[in-house]
Design a protein. Structure first.
Length: 555
């Protein structure tokens, strides 16, 4: 465990902190969190090898307390030796503590089976620990019982000591009592510059005396002591059966995808304000619903286990195929950020509503013209350049291909071909005699992910990778056609009345040319033979139908 590989959210305020495995989290986190919240304290919990059930319960706990809860995690192979595993779990809080302390500034570290029984103030000292009279039959045990490791405090002034404890525990042999021995030895030799709080049984006890600040469920007491168990059961009660609707809201101030460590308000993107508006509209319409706000990557269907079978979940960024079947609805932002879809099986090319489009239905062009006006004013989902780069030097006809992020859900769920296969096939076809040039534009949201696609493009001649900024609409207007897997740019190209060829599944697939990656000659022939007037009618008919399946959160 020399490299922790932590991920999750760091706290930005003083916290009560615990670390545990998934089983202990499920058994004890509700009482730990709710009792701490009742005492007015923010909470941070670290979980090693978290399961989906851990993520689900973490999301629920966030929704039922007023104080702030943050979570970090790491994945690590635990020894099959029981003592080594048990020792790792005992040391875990101290291994993680320095990273938490840097951000939180004040951290009271407890066992996860503790309950905060009354309010308290964080110590004014630099450090705090619980010394006690040693006991035991061996020298090792007597060395290890000089302190109680179930409570430990540090302010940011004690960071160096916490780093020392962490490093020593990381390097030590996994033997029971090693954490307590390291703490005791460290404090016996500690620099007198540090001010020290010494905790005692008036602060934490395991006899469950009224008036003690912390109750800790030491040993079998956590399971067989009726005072502790009854109190814990009462505090742990979640009382969620009353909810008929639950809105799962992704945290908008942090990344949607899981990676590394982050803090609140570390991510800002203008289009996310519409997610907030969607949730505001929903809660106004359904004031009795429960709002569960959590990092998007933590949301999963295990959360359903905490509610009644009749509860309906509104799930973001997911589909039935990944979430699971049930009484759920899936909501998603469209390429027009203020417009959302809500569907029983998914979004985009995976939505149920896309099967209702009638190619012969009556229509009017009011909605089409409204969105076209937005496009003509430069509107686009992602920020576009304001520079004057243009394509005036490109005199020949070309096909415009907006590249998509290879690992994006729209590729994973709604395409039978990968971005790499798509690009390779188009490049090879473009290099054949008499075929048009292909212009590729990188995705502005993740330029790093474009590297493997750019490496493919470099191998061919009759292609161009735009390594300079240009507004996507300028490229659409200058092109002969737009080829996409299922990019939202396809919808924008429809508003500019360009032939669109889609090779994956998208909301608009039935209104554009269907692409066959194994027969690109035929695709191009369809573009050449395309009836422009009929195409324009189809685009307007499709947008007329599309509007009826949208929720506009701007109104």
């Amino acid at each position: 465990m020399s490299h922790l590989n932590l991920y999750g959210e760091l706290p930005t305020s003083p916290v009560v902190f615990a670390a545990c495995d998934s089983k202990y989290f499920i058994d004890h986190a509700a009482a730990f969190v709710k009792s701490s919240a009742r005492a007015g304290k923010d909470v941070h919990i670290h979980v090693i090898n978290p399961t989906d059930q851990v993520f689900a319960l973490a999301c629920v706990l966030n929704s039922i307390v007023d104080t702030r809860i943050t979570y970090t995690f790491n994945d690590h192979k635990v020894s099959e030796n029981p003592e080594e595993a048990r020792t790792l779990y005992a040391c875990l809080r101290f291994l993680v503590l320095p990273e938490v302390l840097k951000s939180a500034k004040k951290v009271l570290t407890l066992d996860i089976d503790c309950m905060v029984m009354r309010s308290f103030d964080f110590p004014c000292e630099d450090l705090g620990y619980f010394p006690r009279k040693c006991f035991g039959n061996s020298d090792w045990e007597r060395r290890g019982t000089r302190v109680l490791a179930g409570v430990f405090y540090s302010s940011i002034e004690g960071l160096d000591v916490c780093v020392e404890l962490s490093n020593k525990m990381l390097a030590a042999k996994r033997q029971w009592y090693i954490d307590q021995i390291i703490i005791a030895d460290t404090f016996e030799a500690i620099d007198p510059k540090y001010s020290i709080r010494k905790f005692d049984t008036s602060f934490m006890d395991w006899e469950f005396i009224e008036g003690t600040v912390i109750w800790t469920g030491k040993g079998p007491r956590k399971y067989d002591n009726p005072i502790y168990v009854n109190k814990k059961d009462g505090i742990s009660e979640l009382n969620l059966a009353k909810y008929k609707k639950v809105l799962l809201k992704p945290r908008l101030d942090i990344p949607f995808k899981k990676f590394g460590l982050f803090k609140c308000n570390s991510f800002h993107q203008d289009i996310r304000k519409y997610w907030q508006q969607f949730c505001d509209v929903f809660m106004k319409e359904f004031p009795d619903a429960l709002l569960v706000e959590s990092p998007n990557w933590m949301l999963n269907n295990k959360i359903e286990n905490y509610f009644s079978e009749k509860c309906c979940f509104y799930v973001p960024h997911k589909e039935a195929r990944s979430w699971g079947e049930g009484n759920n609805l899936f909501y998603m932002q469209t390429v027009f950020p203020w417009l959302f879809t809500v569907d029983p099986i998914g979004w985009g090319g995976g939505a149920d509503f896309i099967n209702s489009f009638d190619k012969n239905a009556d229509y009017d062009d009011s909605f089409f013209n409204e969105l076209k006006d937005y496009i003509n004013k430069g509107g686009s989902k992602f920020k576009q350049p304001t520079t004057n780069n243009n394509l005036n030097n490109l005199k020949e006809d070309f096909i415009f291909v907006p590249l998509q992020i290879p690992h994006d859900m729209v590729i994973k769920y709604h395409s039978n071909i990968s971005c790499e296969e798509f690009v390779e096939a188009l490049c090879a076809w473009a290099d054949q005699p008499n075929n048009p040039k292909i212009l590729f534009k990188p995705h502005p949201a993740n330029l790093k992910s474009m590297t493997p696609l750019q490496d493919i493009i470099k191998k061919y001649n009759n292609v161009l990778y735009l390594d300079f900024d240009i507004h996507v609409h300028e490229a659409i207007r200058a092109s002969s056609a737009v080829y996409v897997i299922n990019s939202g740019v396809g919808q924008e190209a429809m508003l500019l009345d360009k032939p669109v060829v889609a090779f994956g599944q998208a909301e608009y697939s039935s209104a554009v040319i269907s692409g066959d990656i194994n027969n690109l000659k035929d695709c191009w022939q369809k573009v050449i033979e395309n009836d422009k007037l009929e195409m324009e009618k189809m685009y307007r008919r499709w947008y007329y139908w599309y509007e009826s399946n949208l929720i506009d959160v701007s109104k």
